[in-house]
Ligand binder design. Sequence first.
Ligand SMILES: [Fe+2]
Ligand SMILES: [Fe+2]
Length: 355
Amino acid sequence: MKSRVFRALIQSMLVAAAPLSLQAGCGTCVKTEPTPLSAEASLRLRMATWACEPFCGPDVTVCSVIVAGQSPLSIDCNGKPPMMPVPSRVSAELMLDECAPLCGAQAVACTISNQDTRYPGEVVRLCSTNYSCPQTPGAIAGRRPADMQRADCIADHEVGAFFAETCQLEAAAVTAFAILADELRAHGAPAELIAAAEQAERDEVRHTQMTAALAQRFAAVPSLPTVQRHAPRPLLAMALENVVEGCVREAYGAFVASWQGEYADDAKVRAIMARIARDEIQHAELSFAIDAWLASKLNKDERARVEQAREAAFRELSSELDRPLSPSLRSTAGLPPSTAAQAFLHAHAQQICCA
Ligand SMILES: [Fe+2]
Ligand SMILES: [Fe+2]
């Protein structure tokens, strides 16, 4: 019964979008700062191989940009005459190991440019460094295991950061379902619940690969989280985690994936998220079934604690969703408008979850 209601709820929510709120964030992103060069700056910096070709031709893989304060930039094509003069407006990306003298040891990329619109007519260095992204709600996908350490990811665009974070959560969900299957086995759960948890573990492996591809599509480098395995826990601990991570958060993740599969502007995002959504709906349904089985094993006080955890999880998730969302996360990643997100949560809390 719950499965039919849950699927009908998601279908009913896939309606026209309205302005929305949510932001992505992953452990570490990259920011690039421009700084005009001082008149005394005197450097000879090796350019990235691909950047040499326009100036030096296809046979030259080593070239350098010669920097002398605010004087016009020049190129040394490894001793050969340049094929073209350095344009009056140019940006030259340097080899990473050349960034330290220009930008300091913390730089992860650097560029010399005389066409930065923030400093017209000046030669500037553009130094890219990692920074901690704001801890915004970001991706909500899969179930988070109890002892999970998120890893940093590299992204200079919020859509890439969003999918890198999604990838981490999918990877964490692989272990979460492995732990769940172990605990179900240890507590003598019905075979169909154990089999469904094992299938979900395999699904999450695919989701990790699929969302890693999306992160890379948007120039992000996903990283895998660290998750500690532990011995099977008592039934109450299982129930508390299942109600929060499965009945509330993974069910919401199923709704979001369904929405993305329908409304993302990017066709690849739509295709992948629609595929993931089918699995995530099943995972949410599994959490409802586990919730019902666990409820039959818990006493009255323990069931009350599970109910309190459910209500708290809905409140927490609702407040996480009540934050601004950028246009690119709305359009390219296809995240749902806050009106739809909150409406789903409200209806889900009222109608379905949990025992
Ligand atoms: Fe899942
Ligand atoms: Fe997943």
